[in-house]
Every structure is written in structure tokens, then in C-alpha cells.
Design a binder for this molecule. Structure first.
Ligand code: PEP
Length: 252
């Protein structure tokens, strides 16, 4: 039985005080031992505050990216061991905003994935197609290429200690959510591909999150799909009430 995981991606939002308030409100609204797992991924600069505030809570801490290199002249980057030292256990890699706005290639994302694992961080590896790719019937080919880059870099067992987040780009921050059938179709495809590279048992254990305009109103239907194991939540994770409602939808 896979435990549902709800991860909040705060992106580049909020001031320090607002981040602290949001964390307090999330902790206060959660049961002491939820049946689902929760991770929040604030901006790098809020990680120390967040680590302190979350120390005795059930909420895990993640970063929004991780450098592919371990140290040296990589201005603006943050290394995996720095994140681990701050208390992070997770790192998002390959978010579509990184791929689209900052030109991160499949190869670079695979290196970042490797760096996360090297430093004991669980990668939350984002994959997903653009609208024109879906409309051209190329969704599976795009997913395949994104997955293959990680398998070629990390080997067949790459996803034994990782999470995949299926995030159709046309659904991120647009208010347009994939239908439960579209999400289930893509998740089942991803799981089958992982089973072909690795083995069916490992693929069955893999958690695959859906991301793209998840809201309290649609979360439960999405999370009830057989291959959807939770969500990567952007906009709604910035509002404690909405995020908590989505978390409760993970209590299946
Ligand atoms: C995201 O940024 O990963 C995301 C899913 O955003 P939103 O929930 O706002 O669509």
C-alpha cells in the first residue's frame, strides 16, 4: 500500500514573516499522526526558518531544486549537502518552470536527480507535456524521453528512492486541471515504463504525484485514481486552508 504524499511547492512567493505564518497554520491544522505524508518546499532562503519550525512536526522539508555539482564555482546554485545539512529530505528536480524558463535540459535534470540521491535527498522528479504535445498525441513520447534521461544516467533502479510528479504543463498555474482519466492514463503509462526498466514490484511501490491546478474541490477525485499517489501543489499550497483541505483529501 503506497502512502499518499502531498507536497507544497511555494515557488518564489511570500516574505519571511508570511512563510512563518503559513507553516504555523499548516502545522496547527494537521492531525498529529496523519495517514498521509506532507512535504513543503519553500524558497531556499526560508529553509532554515522552516526547518526550525517543522522540527517536531510531521511535515517534511524539501527544496525546489538542487545543484548537479557538489561544490565549487557554481554561482547561484545550492548543493545537495547544504540542503541536507539544513534539514531537507526532498528536492524537486525538473520542474517545468526550470525546464521552460531556465532552459534545464533532460540531461541536466538527470544530473540534478543524481545529485539529490547522492546527498540522501529524495528527488521529486517532474515530468509532463506541453499542450501542443498533448494535442499532437505526443504525451507518451515526451514522458518516455524525460524518464529515459534519468534511467540512462542513474540505471534501471533509479526510481526505487524517488518520487515522480506528473505535471502536464498546460495545467500548471492555469486553473485547468487534467481530468481524472487523463491523469490516470499518464500515471499508468509512467508506472508501466518504470516496470519495463526495473521490475514490476519496484514500479508498484513507486509513488507518482499529480500536479497542475489541484484544488480542494478536485483533489479527492484525482487522488482516488489507482495510479495517483498524491499531489504536487503549487498555488493552493500558499493558502493554509486550501492546502489542509487537499491534505485531508489524501486521507483515503
Ligand atoms: C506546480 O507548480 O508544481 C503546480 C502544480 O502549480 P499549481 O498547483 O499552481 O498548478
Amino acid at each position: 500500500m503506497r502512502t499518499t504524499l502531498i507536497a507544497g511547492n511555494w515557488k518564489m512567493n511570500g516574505a519571511r514573516g508570511r512563510a512563518r505564518e503559513l507553516i504555523q497554520a499548516i502545522i496547527a491544522g494537521l492531525p498529529s499522526t496523519p495517514n498521509y505524508e506532507i512535504v513543503i518546499c519553500p524558497s531556499f532562503v526560508f529553509l532554515p526558518d522552516a526547518a526550525e519550525a517543522l522540527a517536531t512536526s510531521c511535515v517534511g522539508l524539501g527544496a525546489q531544486n538542487v545543484c548537479d555539482q557538489d561544490q565549487g564555482a557554481y554561482t547561484g546554485e545550492v548543493a545537495g549537502d547544504m540542503l541536507a545539512e539544513l534539514g531537507c529530505r526532498w528536492a524537486i528536480v525538473g520542474h517545468s518552470e526550470r525546464r521552460q524558463l531556465y532552459g534545464e535540459s533532460n540531461a541536466l535534470v538527470a544530473s540534478r536527480f543524481a545529485a539529490a540521491q547522492r546527498h540522501g535527498l529524495t528527488p521529486i522528479f517532474c515530468v509532463g507535456e506541453k499542450l501542443e504535445e498533448r494535442e499532437a498525441g505526443a504525451t507518451e513520447a515526451v514522458l518516455d524521453e524525460q524518464l529515459r534521461a534519468v534511467f540512462e544516467h542513474q540505471g534501471a533502479q533509479a526510481f526505487r528512492s524517488a518520487i515522480i510528479a506528473y505535471e502536464p504543463i498546460w495545467a500548471i498555474g492555469t486553473g485547468r486541471t487534467a481530468t481524472p482519466e487523463q491523469a490516470q492514463g499518464a500515471h499508468a503509462y509512467i508506472r508501466n515504463r518504470v516496470a519495463e526498466y526495473d521490475d514490476a514490484g519496484a514500479a508498484a511501490e513507486l509513488r507518482i504525484l499529480y500536479g497542475g491546478s489541484v484544488k480542494p474541490e478536485n483533489a479527492q477525485t484525482l487522488f482516488r485514481q489507482p495510479d495517483v499517489d498524491g499531489g504536487l501543489i503549487g498555488g493552493a499550497s500558499l493558502h493554509a486552508d486550501d492546502f489542509l483541505a487537499i491534505c485531508r483529501a489524501g486521507d483515503l
